[in-house]
Write a protein that binds this ligand. Sequence first.
Ligand SMILES: Nc1ncnc2c1ncn2[C@@H]1O[C@H](COP(=O)(O)OP(=O)(O)OP(=O)(O)O)[C@@H](O)[C@H]1O
Length: 254
Amino acid sequence: MAAYVEVKSLSKTYPNGTRALRDVSFSMDHGEFAVIVGKSGAGKSTLLRCMNSLTEPSGGGVEVDGRSVTGLSGRALRSARKEMGFVFQQFNLVKRISALNNVLCGMLSEMPTMRSVFRRFTDEERLHALDCLDKVGLADRAHQRADTLSGGQQQRVAIARALAQGPKVVLADEPVASLDPESARTVMDALRYLATEEGMAVFCNLHQVNLAGRYADRILGMRDGELVLDRRSGRLERDEVRAVYGAEMQEAFA
Ligand SMILES: Nc1ncnc2c1ncn2[C@@H]1O[C@H](COP(=O)(O)OP(=O)(O)OP(=O)(O)O)[C@@H](O)[C@H]1O
């Protein structure tokens, strides 16, 4: 069977000359949870953003389910983005509305505006949004204002919002960087659920190698814009950590 996600020779050079991605290629299957690790500045965020066309790659491309999702514009770009949920480090929720309304707004193809907040949603849409909150363990928080939820809960609302779009792929950019260890686990469990139970390809970047080993089916490592490691799950060996982090190995466990 063909790979579900195919990243082909992706490269990115920023206008200031920084080569953030150098010929990065890999593929992912349905239901796979892959984590990418690497030290600060290695190019992890750039990779995720290029996969989702939030940043325009300088070369190469990405296919999801046999369809190119790079180099698009207008309606084709919006449609491709719906297939890729994005989870940000800082959650990016609309603070003053409920968890449920955040998920409902995420189901619209446009970015949430106050008009979309007051749009009337159908019972079916509301049930779908509630179901997504239930899947991340937050059905009982549906009517709570987003900014009164804990960080881990807010990030799970963001995951429910991504899930509600019905994406094929979920990209998570440092989703637990600002969370305590217990909250981080609840968020990683929710991402794991999307892969295992919903069959999505989940691709997440993390600083913590230990967390990657505990959750991922697959660990990729990036260094200076290049993919230097691609292995099945389990704890990374010392020489693998060195290949990714070089002399700054302590950064891997920070
Ligand atoms: N908009 C930009 N313009 C110029 N250079 C950039 C831009 N964004 C990122 N870079 C540079 O590209 C390189 C890769 O950055 P990126 O943010 O992708 O790394 P990262 O591995 O995600 O780092 P971190 O873990 O600190 O978030 C870095 O050298 C960074 O300074």
